[in-house]
Design a protein around this ligand. Structure first.
Ligand SMILES: NC(=O)c1ccc[n+]([C@@H]2O[C@H](COP(=O)([O-])OP(=O)(O)OC[C@H]3O[C@@H](n4cnc5c(N)ncnc54)[C@H](O)[C@@H]3O)[C@@H](O)[C@H]2O)c1
Length: 348
């Protein structure tokens, strides 16, 4: 079956890394077609439009997946367009599971000390549609010394249950042994209690998977001191956002971290974890590897075995020191893509 991919490059280095990702995809000569969409900062500034309901409907009805770059532009300091586009996609498509693999591809890339034979290989499953990200809150007496501002953390039973169940199902599917719930039940007693009760309820239905709980502050420390304790982590939107950047920091940085936004009832959205990096945009300097691993996640979910070829080529480049500046090398975005395309196509 021919697959159709909607491509949203976005802003800054999003455009550059997605362009290289598409070169890599082209080189695989798969029965996949794609169409690019300019849902980005320029369109927002020129037309005041983010993503309309009919455009969203088109993506849902006519495509099998979305390959996304990043959104963020210094000309839009409040990032309103990003909320109108990326958060609209995540919320309106109800892409409730944000899957972020944290895998060390080479021991030289981690700033932390690992015992011999130890590696880093865990997955963060971040709830993607609730919590502090719903924009519920307000401010009172704004701009005065009496100002009060609130951002509401919201969790529904349905939202919590489905992400926890997704984490256990993910563990089974990917042959993982343990699911750790990360939250802050000692302080955030209402939401925390909901997460913990549902976690226990669901964990009982998966007796072959070990389960445990950790407070977010302890988990942040343990990600650095004892990362081998983690296998699958399930957590809320805000904590997952922060924890996955710690994850990026211990495996070589944002240039390597990929993610999938999933709801098995609809199309998935695949994006590198990094943003638009205005500091290096347009310099042919961005590391496209996160976009390649993202592409490989998308291909794996669509059922293509080529996903493995991409990961292997990326790993080989890192092992051989063939990298962009962020990983200590001197290759450009374009050069590293050429090398990876060469490695992958030799295996076809
Ligand atoms: N999902 C998204 O679209 C997303 C995610 C995060 C940030 N943003 C937006 O991106 C803009 C910049 O945000 P930021 O600077 O906090 O985060 P960022 O991820 O864009 O950059 C953080 C740092 O990491 C570096 N970096 C990131 N990706 C890299 C890559 N592939 N190769 C080499 N270096 C890389 C950047 O140069 C920068 O120094 C903001 O507008 C922010 O809102 C968007």
């Amino acid at each position: 079956m021919k697959h159709r991919i909607a491509v949203i490059p976005g802003d800054g280095i999003g455009i550059e890394v997605v362009e290289q990702g598409l070169r890599l995809l082209d080189s695989l000569k798969l029965d996949i077609s794609y169409q690019k969409f300019n849902y980005d900062a320029n369109r927002w500034l020129e037309e005041g439009v983010g993503l309309t309901d009919s455009e969203l409907e088109n993506l849902k009805e006519n495509f099998d997946a979305i390959y996304f770059g990043a959104l963020g532009d210094p000309r839009i300091p409040d990032s309103n367009h990003a909320r109108q586009i990326l958060l609209k996609l995540r919320f309106d498509l109800d892409l409730f599971a944000n899957v972020r693999p944290i895998k060390l591809l080479n021991p030289d890339l981690t700033p932390i000390k690992l015992s011999s034979g130890q590696t880093i290989d865990c997955v963060i499953i971040r709830e993607n549609t609730e919590d502090l990200y719903r924009g519920i809150g307000g401010s009172f007496k704004e701009g005065t010394v009496d100002e009060i501002a609130t951002d509401q953390r919201i969790h529904s039973y349905k939202g919590v249950e489905r992400i926890i169940r997704y984490a256990f199902e993910f563990a089974i599917k990917h042959n993982r042994k343990k699911v750790t719930l990360v939250d802050k039940v000692n302080v955030l007693i209402y939401g925390g209690s909901l997460w913990n009760r549902v976690f226990e309820e669901v964990a009982e239905q998966y007796p072959d998977i070990e389960s445990d709980y950790m407070h977010i502050d302890v988990a942040a420390m343990r990600m650095v001191t004892d990362v081998h304790l983690f296998d699958v982590i399930v957590t809320s939107n805000m904590f997952g956002d922060i924890l996955s950047d710690i994850g990026a920091g211990i495996v070589g940085g944002l240039g390597l971290l990929s993610s999938a936004n999933i709801n098995t009832e609809t199309i998935g959205l695949y994006e590198p974890v990094h943003g638009s990096a205005p500091d290096i945009a347009g310099k042919n300097q961005a590391n496209p590897m996160a976009a390649f691993i993202t592409l490989s996640m998308m291909l794996a979910d669509l059922g293509y075995p080529h996903a493995q070829l991409i990961s292997a080529a990326v790993e080989e480049c890192i092992r051989d020191g063939l990298t962009t500046v962020d990983l200590g090398g001197d290759l450009t975005t374009h050069d590293i893509t050429d090398i990876i395309i060469d490695k992958v196509t030799k295996q076809l």
